[in-house]
Design a protein around this ligand. Sequence first.
Ligand code: MD6
Ligand code: FE
Length: 199
Amino acid sequence: MGPAAFVLRGFALPYVDELLPAIAGIEEVAPFRNMVTPGGFTMSVALTNCGALGWTTDRRGYRYTNVDPDSQQPWPEMPVAFDRLAREAAAAAGFPDFEPDACLVNRYLPGSRLSLHQDKNELDYNAPIVSVSLGMTATFLFGGQERTDKTAKVMLYHGDVAVWGGEDRLRYHGVMPLKDAPHPRLGSKRINFTFRKAA
Ligand code: MD6
Ligand code: FE
């Protein structure tokens, strides 16, 4: 996608049998919820987190917290399979020392979309972001350093892992409204998780 942005097709497929029960476990402790943006819009993507830090948004802004604002309890621990997948994918893309401390889990239903944004709530832009797609296919928009730059469309399929860092770390990106083409394993749903080094 860019000099330091890659899609590793099917990289997560060998992990799926471990990932799905792990997601169910996370959901039980920290359910998916539709958060509100600082601008007052309720996100169509529902999210939760695992790991030491979790990404949240409300009217006061975007930030990482060490507790779930709904329960005031720590976010669920990062499952071992998640951590292994994140490190192996990062290494395969040329980032051998990735140490994720945060994993944002996104749930898309038909029609859910994510508008163009940059990921810039992390302290260390040297660490890459590792993003895993499961379930229904998404059309990912990959832009440039400015919001108005032209975007490329990249399809993300069940099991794909996107890794980006370096000079591509701050590129604008988003997801087009999800089309309802039920996935054999996950049904009318897409799960994405993105690993970061937030602190
Ligand atoms: C998604 N992903 O794929 C949303 N951000 O559902 C992101 O916003 C994202 O995939 C940074 C790096 C990779 C990503
Ligand atoms: Fe993002």
